[in-house]
Ligand binder design. Structure first.
Ligand code: ADP
Length: 490
């Protein structure tokens, strides 16, 4: 039911607007309370008017009751004075008075309809028990009042003479509420006019309030639009509501993140251009120096061309690494996850790298603690581990060693790559994952680094929701530890 209601609301687009909702809430609650107030005023007036009139008439009836006893009207209803009084009363209140004697017989009916009839009803009986009652019948348009006709008599008892009250008869009076109803009608009319005026007022208030209350949100949109359009890059501030403060805070955080991204993008682009230009500059210098020496010996040509070929290789490596990195950014959500036998995978990677290690006289040791199956992207993980082992070989000493350990706990696959190499200075540890960062530019250029390898490795590990950490001692060696969940976390 609630779902359907929401769907229906969703269909009417304008109801989605907070402003429209506030407008309707104020309008509906304003009109409802003005209607309620009008109803309460009328109701209150009617109740008060009826009770006031009842009290007045009851007083007069009490006096009349005394007169009835005084003139002994219950025995003979011929008293002119009483008849005149009755006449006046019924005329004054546009009512009817029934005087009932002790034998429940109607002594006098001012309407002259029930004279001499027996009248027994609950009210009459209760009246004979001494109760004075009144009841209002709004639909029938009259108030009924019953008044006991009491006489104080002296009775002689054993303990002496005593005064006691005896109910001799009952008076059943119905008085019209006509002028109460007439006043109520006039009031109804006035209340209606007041309600119409109030409705217009509430309408105007609802428009003004809904506009004022949603204005901060419009200001948030304006501020964000200004940033979007590029007029400003400053943090925005709309502190009217806690809600707008939250939205604006979140937006400012997003903005500062974008600034950082933008800065790093600019830095990346300038780094890329620089890195790509360096081999080209070298090639240009080499080619120019050959061109300026037409008589240069063939050995010099060969040597320079070999250097140019090396620079081309370097350029190629940089481009390949860049492509790998860019691809990684793009396919962050598109990992090709399969269940991979990590032991076999590591064997294969090390097999491929052994010739390079042998060239540098570095020994590779593989320690596989247990068989491990993991859900990973085989190609990307291969790239990540290859980079680590390649670095361990590259930044090693002669007769050095690289130890790769494969282990797992019940949650993660753990890979450790330790080397006996040159180590990384402590102040450089925080930067080694940055793109194009190299500890010793000239040395790693000699070795053939691009500064992108660890950045690629870290990206791959993070894409698998894993962690990477490093510890290193200068001159002793470095240890990289990678932990990747056995089951891929979406
Ligand atoms: P590169 O292509 O230069 O190797 P990386 O991103 O792979 O780029 O590494 C960044 C820098 O970190 C390297 O230039 C090197 O100075 C340092 N480094 C990485 N691995 C090791 C290691 N095992 N031993 C010593 N230094 C290392």
């Amino acid at each position: 039911m609630e779902q359907k209601w929401k769907e229906w609301l969703g269909k009417i687009k304008f109801v989605r607007s907070l402003r429209v909702r506030i407008f309707f809430i104020i309008l509906v609650s304003g009109i409802a309370s003005s209607l309620l107030m009008g109803y309460a005023v009328l109701r209150n007036y009617e109740e008060r008017a009826v009770s006031l009139r009842t009290a007045v008439v009851q007083n007069q009836l009490l006096i009349l009751a005394n007169h009835l006893i005084h003139y002994d009207y219950l025995q003979s209803n011929t008293s002119e004075t009483i008849n005149a009084e009755l006449e006046m009363l019924s005329n004054l209140y546009d009512g009817r008075v029934l005087i009932i004697g002790g034998d429940f017989k109607v002594v006098r009916d001012t309407y002259g309809v029930s004279d001499g009839k027996i009248m027994v009803s609950e009210e009459v009986i209760r009246c004979f028990q001494g109760e004075s009652l009144s009841k209002y019948y709004p639909e029938l348009g009259y108030i009924q009042i019953t008044t006991p006709i009491k006489e104080t008599v002296k009775v002689t008892t054993n303990s002496g003479e005593k005064e006691t009250v005896v109910v001799r008869g009952a008076m059943l009076t119905s008085i019209s509420n006509e002028n109460i109803a007439a006043i109520k009608d006039v009031m109804k009319h006035n209340v209606f006019i007041m309600e119409v005026v109030l409705t217009f007022g509430i309408f105007a208030i609802a428009i003004a309030m809904s506009k004022a209350m949603t204005r901060p949100f419009e200001r948030v949109t304006e501020a964000i639009s200004a940033v979007k359009a590029g007029y400003t890059n400053e943090n925005i501030s709309v502190s009217d509501y806690t809600e707008t403060i939250h939205i604006v805070d979140a937006f400012n955080q997003l903005l500062s993140r974008m600034r950082v991204l933008d800065e790093s993008r600019q830095e990346f682009v300038s780094n890329v251009s620089h890195e790509l230009k360096t081999p080209l500059t070298s090639m240009k210098v080499l080619a120019d120096s050959l061109l300026t020496q037409p008589e240069a010996p063939a050995e010099l040509y060969k040597e320079f061309l070999e250097d140019i070929a090396a620079e081309i290789d370097r350029e190629n490596r940089i481009i390949n690494d860049l492509l790998a990195l860019v691809k990684m950014d793009k396919t962050a959500a598109e990992l090709n996850i399969t269940s991979v036998n990590m032991n076999e995978l590591l064997e294969l990677i090390l097999k491929r790298l052994r010739p390079i290690a042998r060239k540098r006289d570095v020994e590779i040791v593989f320690e596989s603690i247990r068989p491990v199956m993991a859900e990973v992207d085989e190609v990307k993980i291969t790239l990540a581990i290859t980079n680590l082992v390649e670095n361990a070989i590259k930044y090693n000493n002669e007769h050095g060693w690289v130890k790769v350990i494969l282990d797992a706990d019940h949650q993660e696959v753990l890979i450790e790559v330790t080397d006996s190499g040159i180590g990384i200075p402590e102040e450089a540890l925080a930067h080694i994952y940055e793109r194009f960062y190299r500890v010793d530019k000239s040395h790693s250029r000699e070795i053939g680094g691009t500064g992108l390898g660890l950045s690629i490795t870290r990206n791959v590990v993070l894409m698998h929701r894993g962690t990477i950490s490093v510890s290193s001692t200068m001159g002793e060696g470095t240890c990289f530890k990678v932990a990747i969940p056995l089951n891929y976390i979406v």
